[in-house]
Design a protein around this ligand. Structure first.
Ligand code: GDP
Ligand code: MG
Length: 438
């Protein structure tokens, strides 16, 4: 989707002025791109017509050319489509806050239960317990015991013989007794939305009176995820959606339609197999990611978990002033590599989203090489990469066991990255066309 939109919009922006014909053409391409990305057709229709309406009323300003303005509008409309502001969980004034997880089998409920437990205990300092109410799926209880413990949550379980509604009620009593801030109730799923599932959910709800009901839908199933959400919305109340497996291929489609179709916001995104691959859903960032600008803010936020606050501020300042050096880059690279596999982070780097590179399996050896090259530079060179030419290049290549071309490439890529990052720091739209031409 992002590549398609980029292509379309790059075409628009290269032309100087924007005619109605241009707009129609762009809208047709956007419509096709969205449909191909498995976005609900009603949503697509609504979306393109509101973009068109705004695009027609464009006033030419000095700062942005018409093409850039269309991008801006598409960005804003995408954000609005996904709910605008990012929303969170409302905690009950009288703990424990009970969160009920619902969704089809395999949608990622149990995983999300543990991930949410971890997020709430780490970010809010809450003491969290989880309740194992899926007594049907073989090993479901064991799975929650395992991931719940990894998340640092207390796991309330009574095996697979007890009744799910009873377990839920009992777990709530335990949570009160143990003074827990949050209780997350993991439930069983079904292959389809059916009567039995709804009845059980309704009974659990009646018993524990959840403050928040979260529906987990699998982003990889694209349009199906939206259909499931729609069906749930028809028969049961829920407050928000967790979009799981957003690390898969279907990045945009489901995310774009869920809010529009159900009226409920996506609250969290689950983006990988690991417990840490879970974050608050930000419509604006998702819109940017879809547009291929790279999810800079998420990236910086992730980095911040590793880097301390002062350092992050300093980093921001440097980016702003274009004083970000290869030395800082090396420092960041080392920290980032501690965060885990780079594949999940690559898609967030500005200019890389949608790019070949972000789909590539990151070769850790390649990163070793990058580190070696920077380490082979003098501190002065790291601060002034533009000086790295001729004999310096050769020396660095020799010192790091790489080739002159590889050193060249690193310097070039770094320079490009710095430009894009600085543009975004200043709130400028990156020149998509230029990024694409790379
Ligand atoms: P449940 O049946 O709804 O409880 O689903 P599970 O939590 O057991 O998840 C089903 C499968 O999807 C498991 O293999 C999980 O590891 C996997 N899974 C869940 N969330 C994610 C995610 O965000 N990304 C990826 N790649 N896999 C996930
Ligand atoms: Mg489960």
């Amino acid at each position: 989707l992002s590549e398609k939109l980029q292509g379309t919009l790059a075409g628009v922006r290269q032309r100087g002025a924007l005619t109605e014909d241009d707009i129609n053409k762009a809208m047709r391409e956007i419509r096709l791109a969205l449909l191909e990305a498995d976005v609900n057709f009603k949503v697509v229709k609504q979306f393109t017509s509101s973009v068109k309406e705004r695009a027609l009323g464009i006033e030419i300003t000095k700062q942005l050319n018409p093409g850039q303005q269309v991008i801006k509008i598409v960005n804003e409309e995408l954000t609005a489509l996904m709910g605008g502001q990012s929303a969170g969980i409302t905690f009950s004034p009288r703990p424990p806050t009970v969160i009920l997880m619902a969704g089809l089998q395999g949608s990622g409920k149990t995983t999300a239960t543990a991930k949410l437990a971890k997020l709430l205990s780490e970010q809010n300092g809450s003491s969290v317990a989880v309740a194992a109410c899926d007594v049907y799926r073989p090993a479901a209880v064991d799975q929650l015991i395992k991931v719940g413990a990894q998340a640092g949550a207390t796991v309330y379980e009574r095996g697979t013989d007890a009744d799910p509604v009873d377990i839920a009620g009992w777990a709530l009593d335990q949570a009160k007794r143990d003074g827990k801030d949050v209780l997350i109730v993991d439930t069983s799923g079904r292959l389809h939305v059916d009567q039995a599932l709804m009845a059980e959910l309704a009974n659990i709800k009646k018993r524990v009176r959840p403050h928040v009901v979260l529906l987990v839908v699998d982003a990889m199933t694209g349009q199906d995820a939206v259909n499931v959400a729609e069906q749930f919305a028809e028969v049961a109340q829920f407050d928000g959606v967790i979009l799981s497996k957003l690390d898969g291929d279907a990045r945009g489609g489901a995310a774009l339609s869920v809010k529009a179709v159900t009226g409920k916001p996506i609250l969290f995104a689950s983006t990988g197999e690991k417990l840490g691959d879970f974050e608050k859903f930000h419509p604006d960032r998702m819109a940017q990611r879809i547009l291929g600008m790279g999810d800079v803010l998420s990236f910086i936020e992730k980095a911040e978990q590793q880097v301390d606050q002062d350092e992050a501020k300093e980093l921001e300042r440097k980016l702003r002033k274009n004083q970000f050096t290869l030395e800082d880059f090396l420092d960041q690279l080392k920290k980032i590599r501690k965060m885990g596999p780079l594949t999940s982070l690559l898609g967030m780097i500005p200019g890389l989203a949608g790019h070949q590179l972000s789909k590539m399996n990151v070769d850790e050896k390649e990163l070793d090489r990058v580190e070696a090259m920077i380490l082979s530079m003098t501190p002065y060179e790291r601060r002034h990469p533009e000086l790295i030419k001729g004999s310096r290049r050769l020396r660095i290549a020799k010192g790091s066991g790489t080739t002159v071309q590889q050193v060249n490439q690193l310097v070039k890529q770094f320079d490009q990255m710095r430009k894009v990052m600085r543009g975004i720091q200043q709130g400028k739209m990156p020149d998509l066309g230029q990024i694409m031409r790379g």
